[in-house]
Design a protein around this ligand. Structure first.
Ligand code: DGL
Length: 245
């Protein structure tokens, strides 16, 4: 048993869409959420810039003696997490990748788009995943502006209407950025009813299994959440996301 926190980070509020699922599965844990909104969007940064940014996040989180660090960001996971793992060999990291495999395993015949940031779409990791699991009618769509529109509270609909105008027959949308679940309503306003895939329950299971296997689960603890964010407004948004059904 271990009550040290599980630490999350992302380029802002997006990663709290994962945190919400993890808290449901593991309510007794202590959590730290680092919302690095000042560096949003990660998706338009170079690999070198992102490595420095993520490295700083890790340094901040290490002060809390985490038992696990969750990279709640597809962009950081697909571009720099391997290098970060090499640098911090004693820390267990769990990342987030677009859940293309779920489409491959369960929805082979459905017309699908994988919606990601520019950084994720152009990463070697994503190219490998895409080549391995792409189905017959599956397109990778970059949405370079979407995460920052969501982060800054702007309406993403006009942008999505233009971006997705050629995909109106799509049946499945893989949300390949943790900010994108926050624009589900606007995506469906453009595409009509679709099946959204985020892969978060698999991440929650991975976290549970990792803690259980290493005897690190918090059992008789009243779980709490500490948010590190540039201002109260962002903290409030994160709390709101976690409380939504
Ligand atoms: N939420 C992040 C992701 O999953 C990053 C979005 C961004 O800052 O570009 O990719």
């Amino acid at each position: 048993m271990n009550n040290n926190p599980i630490c999350f980070f992302d380029s802002g509020i997006g990663g709290s869409t994962i945190l919400k699922e993890v808290i449901k599965k593991l309510p007794n844990e202590n959590y730290i959420y680092l919302s690095d909104s000042n560096n949003n969007p990660y998706g338009n940064k170079t690999k070198e810039e992102l490595f420095k940014i993520v490295n700083n996040n890790i340094k901040t989180l290490l002060k809390y003696k985490p038992k696990l660090i969750i990279c709640a960001c597809n962009t950081a996971t697909t571009t720099v997490l391997d290098d970060i793992r090499k640098k911090y060999k004693d820390i267990t990291f769990i990342g987030t990748e677009p859940a293309i495999k779920i489409v491959h395993d369960k929805y082979k015949n459905k017309k699908t788009i994988i919606l990601t940031t520019k950084g994720t779409a152009q990463s070697e990791r994503l190219k490998k995943l895409f080549n391995k699991y792409k189905t017959t009618d599956c397109t990778l769509v970059e949405a370079p502006m979407l995460a920052s529109l969501i982060e800054t509270g702007k309406n993403p609909y006009p942008y999505l209407k233009e971006l997705l105008k050629n995909y109106t027959k799509v049946e499945v949308v893989v949300l390949g950025c943790t900010h994108f679940p926050l624009a589900k309503k606007e995506i469906e306003k453009v595409l009509g009813k679709v099946l959204f895939i985020d892969g978060y329950s698999a991440i929650a299971n991975k976290i549970y299994n990792s803690l259980k296997d290493n005897n690190l689960l918090s059992l008789n603890n009243v779980g709490n959440l500490h948010i590190i964010a540039p201002n109260q407004n962002i903290k409030n948004k994160i709390i709101e996301i976690i409380k939504e059904n």
